[in-house]
Design a protein around this ligand. Structure first.
Ligand SMILES: *Cc1c(COP(=O)(O)O)cnc(C)c1O
Length: 463
C-alpha cells in the first residue's frame, strides 16, 4: 500500500520539480537524438522491474530530451503551457483511470465534459444548444466537424453517406482559404472527400479569406453539396476570416460553414478581441484547441456542432451491448474514439481555475505581449511583417538565408525558442505568445537575446 503512495508521490515530485525549473531552464537544448534513443533502448527485459526503479530510469532517460514547451519563453508553433489545476486534475485522471466512453463507463467523466462543454460554449459565444465533443486536437476536431458537414450536405442531396459511403454519391465541393491549416487537407483525405474536392479561395494580405472571392467561387460552382472551411487565427499572422459575412454567403448557398479556430477562436473570450471573430455563432461547426491558448495539458480540443443530432449521426455507433446506456449524445458519440481518456476533468479544472475573467485576461495579456515583442524587435531594427492583431508575430532579418541563420541561432542559444516559417514566399521567424506564465520580463529578455544573436551574424540586416 505504502509503496504505491510513495511511487505516486515521487512522480508528482518529479513533475513539480520540472515545472519549477521552467523559468530558468534552457528552452530548446540541442540533443543528439541517437544518444537519447540509446538511453531508452536495450533489450526488452525478461523479468519484471520494481516500479520505483522504472520511474527513476524513466526520469534519467527522458530529462535530457525534454523541451521546455510549457515554459514562459517558448514561442514556437502555437503551443501554450498547462495551468496548475488542470495539470493536477490530469494527474488525477490518470490515477482514476476512467473510461470516458459514456455515462455507464464513467458518470463522472461525462458530467465533467458536459459542464465544461457548457462553459466553453459560453466563453466562446457558441450557441448553448451546440454539441461539444472532447477530442485530441485541432486535427481531430476538424475531422469531426467536417464529418458532420459531410453527413448534412449529402443528406440534403438525398444521400445517406454513413450507410452508402461515397462511391456513387453526389460530388461534394469544399472551399477553404488558400492559407488554411494543413490539417484541413488531412481531414478531407480521411473522410474520403480527397484533396481534389478542395477549391482554394484567395486571401487578403494577412491571410484571411477574401469574401468577394468566396462569393464568386460559390456562384461559379452553382448548386450542389457544399462545405466551406473558414479560419479564426491564421498560424502565421493570427488573422481571422470575416466569419459573419462568410457564413452568410455559405448559408445563402445552402452550404455548411465549418470554422477552424484552433487558437484564434479564443479571441471571442475577451471584449478587446471579440470583434475579430464577430459572427462566429452563425457557423455550423467549430474546431478549437484546449492545449494551445487555453493552457490545458495535451491532448485536449473541442469539436462543436450547431446540430447535435448531425454530430452524433456522423460520429456515433450503436452496438448490441450498448443498448440501455441511453441519454443525450456524449463522450464517444461525438468523437472518433471509442475507449477514451477522461480529458474533461482537466478542462473543467482549468476553466474553474481561471474563471471567465481569467480566460479574458490570459487572451489580453498574450496579445499585449505579442505587441511588446513586435515593438521591441522593430526598435532593434528588424522588420515585423504582419499586423499584430492577436498573439502571432512574423519577423524578417534580411534575406531568407540570413533569417534562417538567426532562427537557428535562437534555437540553439536556449534563452527562448521561436520557429521559422515561409509566408508569402519569404522565410520569416514566427513568434507565438500563448503561455499563461510569460511575463514582460520574459519578452524583453527574449528580444535582447534575438537582437544579440542577429547582430552577431554578419550581412545586411533589413530586407
Ligand atoms: C494547431 C492548429 C491546428 C491543428 O491542431 P492540433 O491540436 O495540433 O491537432 C489546426 N488548425 C489551426 C489553425 C491550428 O493553429
Amino acid at each position: 500500500m505504502d509503496e504505491l503512495r510513495h511511487l505516486f508521490r515521487r512522480a508528482a515530485d518529479h513533475a513539480a520539480d520540472y515545472r519549477l525549473s521552467l523559468p530558468e531552464r534552457p528552452v530548446g537544448v540541442p540533443v543528439d537524438q541517437a544518444v537519447l534513443n540509446e538511453a531508452f533502448a536495450g533489450p526488452l527485459p525478461d523479468a519484471p522491474t520494481p516500479p520505483e526503479r522504472v520511474l527513476a530510469e524513466l526520469v534519467t532517460a527522458a530529462e535530457p530530451g525534454l523541451v521546455a514547451t510549457a515554459g514562459p519563453r517558448y514561442f514556437g508553433f502555437v503551443v501554450g503551457g498547462a495551468s496548475p489545476a488542470a495539470t493536477a486534475a490530469d494527474m488525477l485522471a490518470a490515477g482514476w483511470d476512467q473510461i470516458a466512453f459514456n455515462a455507464v463507463t464513467s458518470p463522472a467523466a461525462v458530467a465533467a465534459e458536459t459542464a465544461a462543454g457548457t462553459w466553453l460554449k459560453e466563453l466562446l459565444g457558441i450557441p448553448a444548444t451546440a454539441s461539444a465533443g472532447f477530442v485530441t486536437g485541432g486535427q481531430a476536431a476538424n475531422t469531426a466537424g467536417l464529418a458532420a458537414a459531410r453527413h448534412q450536405v449529402l443528406a440534403d442531396a438525398g444521400w445517406d453517406v454513413e450507410r452508402r459511403g461515397l462511391p456513387g454519391a453526389p460530388a461534394v465541393r469544399v472551399f477553404a482559404g488558400a492559407e488554411r491549416h494543413a490539417t484541413i487537407d488531412r481531414s478531407l483525405r480521411l473522410l474520403g472527400l480527397g484533396t481534389d474536392a478542395l477549391h482554394p479561395v484567395s486571401t487578403g494580405p494577412q491571410g484571411a479569406i477574401d469574401p468577394d472571392a468566396l462569393a464568386a467561387a460559390l456562384r461559379d460552382a452553382g448548386p450542389g453539396p457544399t462545405i466551406v472551411c473558414l479560419q479564426a487565427g491564421n498560424v502565421n499572422t493570427g488573422a481571422c476570416d470575416d466569419l459573419r459575412r462568410a457564413c452568410d454567403l455559405v448559408h445563402r448557398h445552402g452550404g455548411w460553414a465549418h470554422v477552424d479556430g484552433a487558437f484564434g477562436l479564443w479571441a471571442a473570450a475577451s471584449p478587446a478581441t471579440r470583434h475579430l471573430v464577430d459572427g462566429l455563432e452563425t457557423a455550423d461547426s467549430w474546431a478549437c484547441d484546449g492545449h494551445k491558448w487555453l493552457n490545458l495539458p495535451y491532448d485536449t480540443a473541442f469539436a462543436f456542432c450547431a446540430r447535435p443530432d448531425v454530430h452524433a449521426a456522423a460520429m456515433s455507433y450503436a452496438a448490441a451491448y450498448l443498448v440501455g446506456s441511453g441519454g443525450a449524445p456524449a463522450g464517444a458519440d461525438l468523437t472518433a474514439e471509442s475507449s477514451r481518456r477522461a480529458r474533461g476533468f482537466a478542462v473543467w479544472a482549468g476553466l474553474r481555475e481561471l474563471g471567465r475573467d481569467g480566460v479574458a485576461a490570459l487572451v489580453e495579456r498574450c496579445c499585449a505581449l505579442a505587441r511588446r515583442f513586435a515593438d521591441g524587435l522593430n526598435a532593434a531594427g528588424f522588420e515585423v511583417v504582419n499586423d499584430v492583431v492577436l498573439n502571432q508575430v512574423l519577423v524578417g532579418f534580411g534575406d531568407d538565408a540570413r533569417t534562417d541563420r538567426v532562427v537557428a541561432a535562437v534555437q540553439t542559444d536556449g534563452t527562448c525558442w521561436a520557429g521559422g516559417t515561409t509566408w508569402r514566399g519569404r522565410r520569416l521567424m514566427r513568434i507565438s505568445v500563448s503561455n499563461a506564465t510569460t511575463t514582460e520580463a520574459d519578452v524583453d529578455r527574449s528580444v535582447a537575446a534575438i537582437a544579440r544573436l542577429a547582430h552577431g551574424i554578419g550581412g545586411e540586416l533589413v530586407h
